[in-house]
Design a protein around this ligand. Sequence first.
Ligand SMILES: [Zn+2]
Ligand SMILES: [Zn+2]
Length: 638
Amino acid sequence: MPEATTIHVRFPDGREETFTTATLARDALDRFNPGAVGSVLAALWNGVPVDLAFRLPSDGSLAPITFEDRVGRDILQHSSAHLVAKGLVETIPDARPTHGPPTDDGFYYDFDVRPLVPADLDAVRAAMDRSVRAKDRFVRREITRAEAQALFSKNPHKLRYISDIPEGELVSVYDTGSFTDLCRGPHVPSTEWLQGVHILGFSAIAPEDPTAPALQRVRGVGFPTRAQLDQYLKMRAEAEARDHRVLGTKLELFTFVDEAPGFPIWLPNGMVVVHELERFVREHLEAAGYQEIRTPLLFAQSVYETSGHWEHYREDMFLSEVEGRTFGWKPMNCPGSMLIFRSRARSYRELPMRLAEFAPLHRFEASGTLHGLTRVREFVQDDAHIFVTEEQAEPEIRTLLDWIERAFSTFRLEWSCELSTRPAKFLGEKEVWDKAEATLERVLKASGVKYRVSPGEGGFYAPKIDIHIRDSLGRPWQTGTIQLDYQMPLRFGLAYQGPDGQLHTPVVVHRTILGTWERFFGVLLEHVAGRLPPWLAPLQVRVLPVTDRHSAAAHGLVEELKARRLRAEASSTEESLSKRVRNAEIERVPYVVVLGDKEVAEGSVALRVRGSKENRPLSRPEFIAYVHDRVTKREFDP
Ligand SMILES: [Zn+2]
Ligand SMILES: [Zn+2]
């Protein structure tokens, strides 16, 4: 054992403390923030995640990791996968675990085992409960390759992973009670952390080697407490009830067919919503000095070589051969806007030049990742490219933040920003990236909006501000993005004549705010559980005559509403009134009015606002003015 020497450890707040070598990360963190220790599940040592039982070897930096951190969430998911493997091996001793990574929404573990049946999972759950109650510790051991090969001699999958580890390197394994798994780690300290682990289901999956038998995948999700799990399961049930794919069919908004996977088919009701969204955005564009353009869906390969997409984005593009030349379906609108700017000589007097385009874009998404409207292969964005001088970039981005606030508050969506900086693969000079990143951060700081920084997550040509929204179930979604780009104007050779008579290169702000209509619409439908605000509802008013006697008056009212550009229809009287009221509720029609003897005689209506059981008497002019006001102001009603 080497003699303990003094080491210096730096904490996230900049404080430095001295310890002796081999101090546990847990003990050092306890001194950093004694109150927080119960919520710390692992540690970050010089930027690398390690167990709390890790022994500090030298000077370095140390930070706590909690479940709130992305990496902490992943560590807990992955530790949960170990717990499932432990339970499954105890249930079926000849099962061979393969691997069990965290995913975006939980974890899975794949097993080489006979086909599972539901009763197996009950036994696995019971075994997991026992382990949680026993508070089994995750204990790391480092062994030689030969020892590892002996330990996993009956599991060809683990032997294959071991053979991938460089010769001479030690192999780490983790013991959890009587169960041992090959793993790099880190993990939570013990199974006591895994009280909120839940198995969601299992399915057979094809192995990487097509001649091998199918593997059995067990999927699950983990939380540090039972209460957090219960909250999640409740929300999941609520999310299922308002799944936009189900609502889309029920409300006849959009559909999909097997012959065009990932390509949405918009039905007449859905197109009404899309047009209203476009109208909302276009009103802003006009007021803010944008001009609308339309550029081709297909460009020859050379255009993408210039833009950099050919090198960095080709795998995500659809390609077509036309008369022996390769064309790409545009995945983004940028190239067309660049060509328009370059189409003639430009002067500084034309800047900022704001070009908006609502063209269909195509991106190749693997079929396994497609999901309703939220992940599609064809979509339209509220996209624009703003050509500015370097000095104009900052004020221009500031005004964008104002529009973001107005846009999302219209939909009652909370929003925040994420600043994504230079990735490993990037175009251009490091110094230019630093300048662009600094500009974006200055705007964010000055505006006071909520934001966080994601190092290395920028696009290949520019740093960006990603816009995230939170829906009524508290789920986060990414919508729009603002990118400050110095590269593409250079690559396309763009120039404008400055006041000095010299040619200068403009800077481009790429920006989309709502993101894609498709995704935004899918999120919005779930956010409001299908109860679109009246201005977006495909049908705004349904007039219900009590009997045939009242039909003429009902049609008269519909005509008056239509004259005010409101979307209204009168129902027939074949079904009972109560049935028709119920149908309108199911179809989420915002305003339902009933016309009977009394109303026809008085020139009034009985208004039922969606979600309410009350009939409110209003004169016809009052009613029309009320609906017109709610719709034109884009107000919400229940
Ligand atoms: Zn592990
Ligand atoms: Zn762009």
